[in-house]
Design a protein around this ligand. Structure first.
Ligand code: ATP
Ligand code: LTN
Length: 326
C-alpha cells in the first residue's frame, strides 16, 4: 500500500488555502493509502512562540484536522514532538545538506525577511521536514504548491544519504492538487493566502462566520476591466475567485468564467459555495472542541503507531551511518 505522509504547523488559524491545498486531499487519501499526518510543533518553534501558544495550537489543530475529515481510526494522526526520532534524524540530515542548498529555499527567504530574530532552526527547517518524511518510508507527500521545493530538497538529501551510506531511504514524491494548490490572498491576489501574511481581510479562516466570509469575498480586490476571464497572470483577483469557486464545487475555473458577466454574481456565488463547504466542518469542530481529553488520547495512540515505524528507520540510519551501538 502506498505510504502517505504530510505535516502542518500549529500556528495561527487554519485558512481556506490550507484546506483546499492540503488537508482536503489528506481526508481523501487516507481512504486509499497508509496515511500519516503530523502536527509539526517543532517546525512552529523556528519562529519564537510563547509556550502556551504551541500547546493550545497543537490541540486545536488536531481537532480541526479531525473536523475536516481525518479519522484517527483510518489514518495515523500525531504530534511531531511526541516521536523524538524526528529531532534525532533532523540533526543527522542537517549534516547531509549544504549551506548553499538551504540558502536557495524561497520559504526561508520570505520568512526571514519578516522577522527580527532569525533562528538557526528557521534556516535548517528543510532538514527537519526531510526527517519527517523519510522516517516513514513515504511514497507520496500531499502538499500545496508552495512546498514543492521542500519535497525536492528532501529527495536530494535522501539520494545523497543513500549514495554515501547505502540504501536507507525511500524517495518521496510531492502530490499537488489540480485545483486549490495555490489559493491567493483576497486583498493581495499576487500573494498566497497565508497565516503569516497578517491580512485578516484577505484570509478566509475555516472558522469564519458566514457573514464574515460573504463580506471578505464581496470586498476581494479584482480589477477595472469588468470581464470575467480565467487568466491568473493578467487578472489575479478574478482568477483567484474562479479557482476558489472551482475547487469548492469541483468545476474547471475556465469553464466557470463563461457563466459570469459580472464580478458581483461571481463573488456572491463564490461566497455561497465557500460558506456551504465550511459549514459541516465548523459544526464538527464545535463538537470536538468540547472534549480535549479525548483528542489528547487519540494523539497518544497516533504517536505510538508512528513511533513503532520511526524507531525501525532510526535503527537502520544509525547502523548505515556507522554509529557505535549503545
Ligand atoms: P505560514 O504562512 O505560516 O507558512 P501556511 O498558511 O502556509 O503558514 P502551513 O502550515 O505552512 O500553512 O501549510 C500547511 C499546508 O497548507 C501545506 O501543505 C501548504 O502547502 C498548504 N498551503 C498553505 N497555504 C496555502 C495556499 N494559500 N494555497 C494552497 N495551499 C496552501
Ligand atoms: N514545511 C511545511 C510543513 C511541514 C511538512 C512536513 C509538510 C513540515 N514537515 C512534512 C509535508 C511533509 C509547511 O510549511 N507547510
Amino acid at each position: 500500500m502506498t505510504r502517505v505522509f504530510s505535516g502542518i504547523q500549529p500556528t495561527g488559524e487554519q485558512h481556506l488555502g490550507n484546506y483546499l491545498g492540503a488537508t482536503r486531499n489528506w481526508a481523501r487519501m487516507q481512504r486509499t493509502s497508509d496515511a500519516f499526518f503530523c502536527v509539526v510543533d517543532l517546525h512552529a518553534v523556528t519562529i519564537p512562540k510563547a509556550p502556551g501558544e504551541v500547546r493550545d495550537g497543537s490541540l486545536r489543530l488536531a481537532q480541526m484536522l479531525m473536523a475536516v475529515g481525518l479519522d484517527p481510526e483510518t489514518c495515523t494522526l500525531f504530534v511531531q514532538s511526541h516521536v523524538r526520532e524526528h529531532a534525532e534524524l533532523g540533526w543527522i540530515l542537517q549534516c547531509n545538506v549544504s549551506y548553499g542548498e538551504l540558502s536557495r529555499m524561497t520559504q526561508f527567504k520570505d520568512k526571514s525577511g519578516r522577522h527580527d530574530f532569525i533562528s538557526a532552526g528557521l534556516f535548517t527547517y528543510p532538514a527537519l521536514q526531510a526527517a519527517d518524511i523519510l522516517l516513514y518510508d513515504t511514497n507520496e507527500v500531499p502538499v500545496g504548491d508552495d512546498q514543492r521545493q521542500h519535497i525536492e530538497i528532501t529527495r536530494d538529501i535522501a539520494e545523497r544519504f543513500n549514495s554515501r551510506f547505502g540504501e536507507t531511504f525511500v524517495l518521496p514524491e510531492a502530490v499537488i492538487p489540480a485545483a486549490g494548490a495555490r489559493v491567493m490572498d483576497l486583498q493581495r491576489p499576487t500573494d498566497k493566502m497565508s497565516k503569516s501574511l497578517d491580512s485578516p481581510k484577505g484570509t478566509i479562516g475555516l472558522l469564519d462566520e458566514p457573514g464574515q466570509i460573504m463580506k471578505k469575498i464581496k470586498s476581494a480586490v479584482t480589477d477595472n476591466d469588468g470581464v470575467v476571464r480565467f487568466d491568473p497572470e493578467q487578472k489575479p483577483g478574478v482568477s483567484n475567485l474562479l479557482s476558489i469557486l472551482g475547487a469548492a464545487t469541483d468545476r474547471e475555473p475556465a469553464a466557470l468564467a463563461e457563466q459570469y458577466e459580472q464580478y458581483g454574481a461571481l463573488k456572491s456565488d463564490t461566497a455561497d459555495a465557500v460558506i456551504a463547504l465550511l459549514e459541516p466542518i465548523q459544526a464538527r469542530y464545535r463538537e470536538l472542541e468540547a472534549d480535549p481529553g479525548e483528542t489528547a488520547r487519540l494523539l497518544r495512540v497516533g504517536a505510538d503507531k508512528a513511533r513503532a515505524i520511526a524507531t525501525d528507520t532510526m535503527d537502520r540510519v544509525r547502523s548505515n551511518l556507522g554509529l557505535l551501538d549503545a
